[in-house]
Design a protein around this ligand. Structure first.
Ligand SMILES: Nc1ncnc2c1ncn2[C@@H]1O[C@H](COP(=O)(O)OP(=O)(O)OP(=O)(O)O)[C@@H](O)[C@H]1O
Length: 461
């Protein structure tokens, strides 16, 4: 890892928070330079209740590592996007930041102060400063309440001003989000999806928050309605000096709305930086795949473009979590970079298939039967396995060739365990061993990625 001071650290150094004079509503000098939100090595693990029997018997029930060591910052007035496939921990991250989940470990700072302490001393005050808008507003809009009551509820709970003032504020908010005051006595179910989302936004704005977490706020809406809501969010941000944390699957929406983006993979940060830098010069293989798999305007994550299914956060791969799907896994250092990349990817694919149990003697025989080679049975099966994993018939490195051949022989003899043992001992990628640190790609723009290839390049500079 670089000896240089990371941008995060540099920013922190110039901000020694002077929070003593921080009266409610008063912005101190330090607030203007301190990031509004600072997350450091945040973890949120759920107790895994899947398989109740196992859970009851086990003294150490399994854990779902939904968020597992995430660090980033959000400056005031910024919009930071959180993107990643379903299940990578985006919502858990958002809810933990807002204090809706207790973190397992790590630190969350809001306006220069520990969120945990802020919540412990005055949960209501923190709730006024940080609000959330959910994907499906219906889930949090009580069907027995009218539009007026829904938007007024936070003001009532927090006892903001007299009743007349609250009603006045409701009218202003309703008009500001593009709804009509004629609709104030209507119930939530009488509104369309887009209108319900406007209600959710008005409600989130009621307490004049500084931060709004937008959890997939437009993904349930039609494209045209989506654009209207995004425009509304942009206008509101400028008008009320809001900071947004914007969670989405949709890369085109992220690019449209966000200043910076955090790409998450299995509970960890894969890459982060300004949207233009990350979209135009992605440094992490996962980001590249996400971007390549989504041509056209509506850039949704094309999971089919990635080699295999996403592993479970219950049992994430060790080392780099992306190594089981990565198309550019590093070759073992003992073979050096002379190992042809294509050949190495084939060898690694063979190893992953062995490890997952997708490849055994039976499968090797099936593959051999599909070929029209009627030579020696063992040779045919070994060649069929090589072909199916795109491994050249002969590797240029003679030691590697000998070891791979031993593994293939064990496989076709029915000893998959030995076949895997050889591969584990002699073909272990650094990506399986080492969790990559998040390193600078471009220190000036705060573009960073967690990939051993990026670390190697940084080390060479
Ligand atoms: N209460 C819970 N108990 C156990 N596991 C949970 C709980 N909530 C979420 N998870 C698991 O944690 C992981 C992360 O879930 P999370 O909802 O944060 O992901 P996400 O990226 O927001 O997904 P999506 O885009 O589908 O909303 C998933 O594997 C999920 O099944």
């Amino acid at each position: 890892m670089s000896e240089r001071t990371s941008p995060e650290r540099q920013r922190r150094n110039r901000t020694a928070p002077d929070t003593e004079n921080e009266d409610e509503g008063e912005k101190t000098r330090s607030e203007s330079v301190t990031p509004l939100l600072r997350i450091e090595d945040l973890r949120k693990h759920y107790v895994d209740k899947q398989g109740v029997a196992e859970w009851v018997l086990s003294k150490d029930p399994g854990r779902v590592r939904a968020v597992d060591g995430v660090s980033f910052e959000v400056d005031r007035g910024e919009t930071v996007g959180i993107v990643g496939e379903s299940g990578c921990g985006k919502s858990t991250l958002a809810r933990t930041i807002l204090g809706l989940h207790e973190p397992t470990d790590g630190y969350i700072e809001f306006a220069g102060k520990d969120v945990h302490e802020q919540i412990a001393s005055d949960r209501k005050r923190f709730a006024r400063r940080a609000q959330i808008v959910f994907q499906d507003p219906s889930s949090c809009l009580d069907p027995r309440m009218t539009l007026r009551e829904i938007v007024r509820e936070p003001l009532d709970i927090h006892q903001v001003g007299a009743k007349a003032h609250r009603n006045e504020k409701v009218t202003e908010l309703v008009e500001r989000v593009g709804l009509s005051t004629d609709q104030l006595e209507r119930y939530a179910h009488e509104f369309s999806g887009g209108q319900r989302q406007r209600i959710g936004i008005a409600r989130a704005l009621a307490l004049d928050p500084e931060l709004i977490v937008l959890d997939e706020p437009t993904s349930a809406l039609d494209v045209s309605v989506q654009a209207q809501i995004l425009n509304l969010l942009s206008e509101l941000q400028e008008e009320f000096n809001l900071t947004y944390l914007f969670i989405s699957h949709d890369l085109s929406v992220i690019r449209y709305l966000c200043d910076r983006v955090v790409v998450m993979y299995l509970g960890q940060v894969a890459e982060t930086g300004p949207v233009d830098a990350v979209f135009e010069r992605p440094a992490h293989p996962y980001t590249k795949i996400l971007l390549e798999s989504v041509p056209g305007a509506r850039n949704r994550i094309g999971e089919e473009a990635i080699k295999s299914d996403i592993p479970s956060p219950r049992n994430p791969p060790r080392g780099c979590r992306f190594h089981t799907r990565c198309p550019v896994v590093l070759p073992p250092s003992k073979y050096g970079m002379e190992f042809e990349q294509d050949a190495w990817q084939g060898i690694f694919e063979y190893k992953l298939r062995l490890r997952s149990g997708r490849l055994g003697r039976e499968r090797a025989t099936e593959l051999a039967e599909l070929t029209d080679n009627d030579g020696n049975e063992e040779t045919t099966a070994k060649e069929a396995v090589r072909d199916s994993c795109s491994i050249p018939r002969v590797l240029s490195d003679s030691t590697a060739e000998e070891l791979l051949d031993q593994s293939l022989s064990a496989l076709v003899d029915g000893d998959s365990e030995m076949a895997l043992k050889i591969m584990n001992a002699d073909f272990e990628s650094p990506c399986e061993q080492e969790r990559p640190a998040v390193v600078d790609i471009d220190i000036d723009t705060d573009h960073r990625a967690a990939c051993l290839r990026a670390s190697d390049e940084e080390g060479e500079q």
